[in-house]
Design a protein around this ligand. Structure first.
Ligand code: FES
Length: 146
């Protein structure tokens, strides 16, 4: 059993400790805003916040994060849209939208530690893959959100 706090709610997962957090969130908690893309840590679609850091949840097992505080896209924007989400909309960034939850989680973590990130800082922090090619608009939107 693994105890976590997910979106401010205490949860006990009765799953094998080698279960990736991604699948606990999606299958056991029905938090399907966290997406599966590659399963190998490359795409970032599964990004969540763990104890204040943007982490690819397909690469973290339940057994590795006992007691952690996890925030998913549902928790980030439960009461109102996050400034990153509003900026992405204002700049017309999303296309198919599949990668957007992971990008929002990564950008929110970046802006928490650097509210005025340079283009280089955005490029270094947001390594998520988007097949629609939103990158040129994305950087400006993240800087606007800051
Ligand atoms: Fe986790 Fe791609 S699904 S990085």
């Amino acid at each position: 059993m693994t105890r976590l706090t997910v979106n401010n709610e205490a949860i006990q997962y009765r799953l094998p400790p080698d279960t990736p957090l991604l699948w606990a969130l999606r299958d056991a908690s029905n938090l399907t805003g966290t997406k599966y893309g590659c399963g190998s840590g490359s795409c970032g679609a599964c990004t969540v916040d763990i104890d204040g850091r943007a982490v690819r949840s397909c690469q973290v097992t339940l057994g590795e994060i006992e007691g952690a505080f996890v925030t998913t896209i549902e928790g980030l924007s439960r009461e109102r849209a996050h400034p990153v989400q509003l900026a992405l909309i204002a700049e017309g960034v999303p296309q198919c939208g599949y990668c957007i939850p992971g990008i929002v989680m990564a950008a929110a973590a970046l802006l928490k530690r650097d509210p005025s990130p340079s283009e280089d800082a955005v490029a270094a922090a947001i390594t998520n893959i988007c097949r629609c090619g939103i990158y040129p608009r994305l950087t400006g939107a993240i800087q606007r959100a800051g």
